[in-house]
Design a protein around this ligand. Structure first.
Ligand SMILES: [Fe+2]
Length: 443
């Protein structure tokens, strides 16, 4: 795997927590934006990554960033490490035994009035929109033991649909919490071996689990790697279809692949399910002769059509450029949808540019950035009261290499190739991190 310096550029961590006000803005911030964009990602507690490569990056301590908006103003920026046991071991050892032992560094979710920082399979952690740490979830006791960082919320029922993948048995659980956070379904799904599962998809009636070619190999730990995961040619990639509220899982074989992120899925008719995802032809491939990981390829937008009547799956690309970190208007989660937005991946080590796909017209438009700059995922914020699927804004955190600082760029989701609606200029870097969410002000 190409060595890259995690301590330079867009991925580089910050070493402190700050509160900033009077942010400089270009353009006009829409007055309807009332809330905060939260970002989550790994940021070492001592402000420096040890080693390089993705497996030195992913496991580091959770740090949240918030840029808040009110009355057409960018009110403040703040960043905080989540107050976990791991944080206290460095900054407040006396507190450590009383704090949750989890590292929720992947995503942020607002559900049932509770704001959660989410971990890769570990326990979620309740926070406030001001990034204060609250601790174990209070309204989501059913997922307190662990959950994917990419659960799905049904926009019509408010239900939270999730899985928990673990390298210890049981290897896979599936669950549904109701709109108030109470766990209604919690079942073990039988799989022959644990594998790396990062995301799932839902339709209005079913959920899709992804059991793919990246699996565990604990000998990697003895070789000095920090995570025991690698590509396995001999695994059968497959999609599991489970009824929303549990029941028999049907597995459908697909071509070898790895999927980090799902775009969306929906029931096309009673028999056919459409699943759109960012697909890698291989991922985390270990070269046995050198003991090193190969460079990952870029992800490509890919469509699966699963025919539950005849058991066949049709699959193929919808685009040819590299993309990652797809987002949609989440009011369409699990339903037919027209638009998706994603970060462009011009090379495996760059997240640079935003692309909008219009499935109906087969058209793409782009927000481009010069080489050296990088950007986060484009978070879609619906316009309050808006009806059209693309009526809203994309919020994109852009790293500016020239100044080693970050901007929050607000794009009109209908015209991402036009000038940004507004740009909030931060005097310092927001490290690239993983995922984020728009959190409307809770009153
Ligand atoms: Fe993710």
């Amino acid at each position: 795997m190409t060595a890259f310096d995690l301590n330079r550029g867009a991925l580089a961590p910050v070493a402190d927590e700050v509160d900033l006000v009077d942010l400089s803005v270009t353009g006009v911030i829409p007055r309807e934006l009332d809330g905060a964009l939260l970002r989550n990602g790994p940021n070492p507690l001592r402000g420096r990554f040890e080693g390089n490569g993705v497996l030195s990056w992913w496991p580091e301590a959770a740090m949240l960033h918030s840029i808040s908006f009110e009355d057409g103003r960018a009110v403040s920026y703040r960043n905080r490490w989540v107050r976990t046991r791991r944080w206290a071991d460095v900054y407040s050892p006396a507190q450590a035994p009383h704090l949750p032992d989890t590292n929720p560094n992947v995503n942020v979710l607002l559900h049932a009035g509770e704001l959660l920082a989410l971990a890769e399979g570990g326990a979620p952690f309740a926070i406030t929109a001001e990034l204060d740490s609250l601790g174990a979830p209070r309204r989501h006791a059913g997922v307190a033991g662990g959950m994917t960082a990419h659960p799905k919320v049904d926009p019509l029922t408010g239900e939270l649909i999730a899985f928990r993948a673990d390298w210890r048995a049981p290897w896979l659980r599936y669950g549904v919490a109701d709109a108030q956070g109470a766990q209604r379904v919690d079942v073990v799904v039988d799989v022959p071996a644990p594998s790396m599962m990062h995301d799932l998809a839902i339709t209005a009636t079913r959920s899709l689990l992804l059991d793919l070619n990246v699996g565990y190999d604990f000998s990697l730990l003895k070789q000095g790697h920090r995570m025991p995961l690698r590509w396995h040619d001999d695994r059968q990639a497959r999609i599991g279809v489970i009824p929303r509220y549990g029941g028999d899982v049907r597995w459908f074989g697909i071509e070898p692949c790895f999927i980090q992120h799902v775009v969306n899925a929906y029931d096309r008719d009673e028999a056919c399910i459409v699943l759109d995802a960012v697909r890698y032809p291989w991922f985390l491939r270990l070269d046995a002769s050198t003991g090193r990981f190969a460079d990952n390829p870029v992800g490509v937008l890919w469509r699966y059509v699963i025919n539950t009547a005849n058991g066949r799956v049709e699959e193929g690309p919808l685009g040819d450029g590299g993309i990652e970190l797809p987002r949609i208007n989440e009011r369409r989660t699990g339903r037919p949808y027209r638009y998706l937005y994603a970060t462009e991946q011009p090379t495996p080590v760059e997240m640079r540019g935003v692309v909008r796909f219009d499935h109906e017209r087969g058209a793409t438009t782009r927000y481009t950035l010069p080489p050296g700059d990088q950007n986060s995922e484009p978070v879609f914020v619906p316009r309050p009261g808006g009806v059209d699927e693309d009526d809203g804004w994309l919020m994109v955190v852009v790293y500016r290499a020239a100044t080693d600082s970050s901007d929050l760029v607000i794009l009109d989701a209908r015209e991402i190739d036009a000038e940004p609606v507004a740009t909030v200029h931060l005097p310092r870097r927001v490290p690239a991190g993983f995922h984020g969410a728009w959190v409307p002000r809770m009153r």
